[in-house]
Design a protein around this ligand. Structure first.
Ligand code: B4P
Length: 190
């Protein structure tokens, strides 16, 4: 199985690239952000819990997120591999992912990180906020909090995967096609 973690700060383009790569490499795409937004829209218990964190630009608690991720993986027993988009975001989530894949006799093959500077991220998310209806994109203070949370809680995962020789950094600035080519160059050599 080819299991990829697409990594990077909020607005780096993980969702944009995962949508293209899932078709190109026939992988199942799981975006924890998308699953949360689906649950918020349908007003499920999970959605109500998630909303209170997402609207403030905070991470949803690990236990809730990990259970949800495992359920999504279980829904796809025939998958040739997964693109995890927005997961893991903490060390606890990374350990849980390793455990869940190990139980299937597989593992994370690579973490591909999109590198984009903060001011570009803020600009992209504010732009998306004009049309997305996403509360977490509409307010610059919330966007900046998401970026701070990324550095405080998520960025350490770079070291986590580096230690396992699985980290690949990719320049995330350029056209969407250029970035897909850069990521594909990494995947094709795995
Ligand atoms: P996510 O849904 O994961 O969203 P994201 O980080 O905002 O965006 P992404 O990097 O996917 O960017 P995109 O392609 O959309 O998270 C939302 C929230 O959910 C989190 O803040 C958190 O609260 C919660 N959450 C999710 N996962 C969690 C977890 N594991 N644990 C706890 N909480 C969790 O691109 C952004 C914009 O840039 C788009 O408008 C796009 O069109 C544009 N863009 C993309 N590529 C571009 C390019 N090359 N050039 C110019 N613009 C580009």
């Amino acid at each position: 199985m080819t299991n990829l973690v697409l990594f990077g700060p909020p607005g780096a383009g993980k969702g944009t690239q995962a949508d293209i790569l899932k078709e190109k490499y026939q992988l199942v795409h799981i975006s924890t952000g998308d699953v949360f937004r689906y649950n918020i829209k349908n007003q499920t218990g999970l959605g109500l819990t998630a909303k209170s964190f997402i609207d403030k630009g905070q991470l949803v608690p690990d236990e809730v997120t990990i259970n949800m991720l495992n359920a999504e993986v279980e829904k796809n027993p025939e998958a040739k591999g997964f693109i995890f988009d927005g997961f893991p975001r903490t060390e606890k989530q990374a350990d849980a992912l390793a455990e869940s894949l190990k139980a299937k006799g597989t593992e994370v093959k690579a973490m591909i990180a999109l590198e984009v500077e903060d001011e570009v991220l803020v600009k992209r998310l504010l732009e998306r906020g004009k049309t997305s209806g996403r509360k977490d994109d509409a307010d610059e203070a919330v966007i900046r909090n998401r970026i701070t949370v990324y550095y405080e809680e998520t960025a350490i995962l770079k070291e986590y995967y580096k230690k396992q020789d699985k980290y690949y950094g990719v320049d995330g600035v350029g056209s969407v096609e250029e970035i897909t080519d850069r990521i594909s160059n990494v995947i094709d050599k795995l």
